[in-house]
Design a protein around this ligand. Structure first.
Ligand code: IPM
Ligand code: MG
Length: 359
């Protein structure tokens, strides 16, 4: 049966990188028997410009009906002066909560070909393969109350609420443990239990879930500040890290950079039924938008995750990943991953090369 994929290019470099991923998807459809239909819709700043809101009802409806969603990136300086409640980022957050995408998988894998591109010494990052499992629909991102209020003194005060219910912690810990069972069976839960009650509960629940349901998993706990330090000190000590929304946002950027470029890393955001939205972990990079130099590989690799996790086509996912390896072996590099002696290419040439390498 044909699967329906919703394409949301978004803003900045979003349309450019998504175009390359769509080329790959179309090649799989035309030459490798993948039965899919693609639709496109507006989100983020592009949606604000066209309709006045970052997540039009029709986009959310199409996303709910799709088998999977591929998103480019949202946001940019053009919309930064808008009220926070209607900024492009709200489109992304609305999709995450509207689709119930509570489990965000952010793998940080170092392609050996790119060891030179990392800012860390090669021996620190060689062979790096860690997975950050970030809770995506709770925490301070969605907690109420929130806002900016005026105190009696006339001074304004901003406030947000960090909040996690037990079931939210349980289900994300289960996702992390299920995946760890297919890896090295080690899960490090990251919190700030020495200061924040919310994450003290997180630690307690994580401990209980693993003890009762995953006795085969080795669970450790780490404070988030230490985790940030350990990520740059000795990143290979980690297998799977599980953490809340805000800590996961921050740690996943740090983990990404270990691999040389944030332009290489895909992500999957899944709900209870395994449906998902797939996006590169980088942003809309307005500074290089429209120049044809953005790295499309994170988006193309997001497609591989989509095939594996939502569409049941693991073999095609392998094929995309092999093609990406091949173009890296051939020395092709976008500027973000360029090193001496390599061949500099733009967004389109990189996408074409991946298509050509799909066998
Ligand atoms: C990410 C991004 C988003 C987030 C922004 C764009 C809202 O940084 O996906 O990591 O904070 O979750
Ligand atoms: Mg982020």
């Amino acid at each position: 049966m044909s699967k329906n994929i919703l394409i949301l290019p978004g803003d900045g470099i979003g349309p450019e990188i998504v175009t390359e991923a769509v080329k790959v998807l179309a090649a799989l459809r035309d030459d490798h028997g993948l039965e899919i239909e693609m639709d496109e819709a507006l989100v983020g700043g592009a949606a604000i410009d066209a309709t006045g809101v970052p997540l039009p009802d029709v986009t959310l409806q199409m996303a709910k009906e799709a088998d999977a969603v591929l998103l480019g990136a949202v946001g940019g300086p053009k919309w930064e002066s808008l009220d926070i409640s209607v900024r492009p980022e709200k489109g992304l957050l609305g999709l995450r909560s509207g689709l119930g995408l509570f489990a965000n998988l952010r793998p940080a894998i170092l392609y050996p070909q790119l060891a030179e591109a990392s800012t860390l010494k090669p021996e620190i990052v060689a062979g790096l393969d860690i997975l950050i499992v970030r809770e995506l629909t709770g925490d301070i991102y969605f907690g109420q109350p929130r806002g900016v209020r005026t105190l009696e003194s006339g001074e304004r005060q901003g406030f947000n609420t960090m909040v996690y219910a037990e079931h939210e912690i349980e289900r994300i810990v289960r996702v992390a443990c299920d995946i760890a069972r297919k890896r090295d069976r080690r899960v490090c839960s990251v919190d700030k239990a020495n200061v924040l009650e919310c994450t003290e509960l997180w630690r307690e629940v994580a401990t209980r879930v693993v003890k009762n349901e995953y006795p085969d998993i080795e669970l450790s706990h780490m404070y988030v500040d230490n985790a940030a330090m350990q990520l740059v000190r000795r990143p290979k000590q980690f297998d799977v890290m599980v953490t809340g929304n805000i800590f996961g946002d921050i740690l996943s950027d740090a983990a990404a950079m270990l691999t040389g470029s944030i332009g290489m890393l895909p992500s999957a955001s899944l709900n209870e039924s395994g449906r998902g939205m797939y996006e590169p972990i980088h942003g809309s990079a307005p500074d290089i938008a429209g120049k044809g130099i953005a790295n499309p590989l994170a988006t193309i690799l997001s497609l591989a995750m989509m095939l594996r996790y939502s569409l049941g086509h693991a073999a095609l996912a392998d094929r995309i990943e092999a093609a990406v390896n091949k173009v890296l072996d051939d020395g092709l590099r976008t500027p973000d991953i360029l090193s001496e002696g390599m061949i500099e290419v733009g967004t389109e040439a990189m996408g074409d090369a991946v298509v050509a390498a799909l066998i």
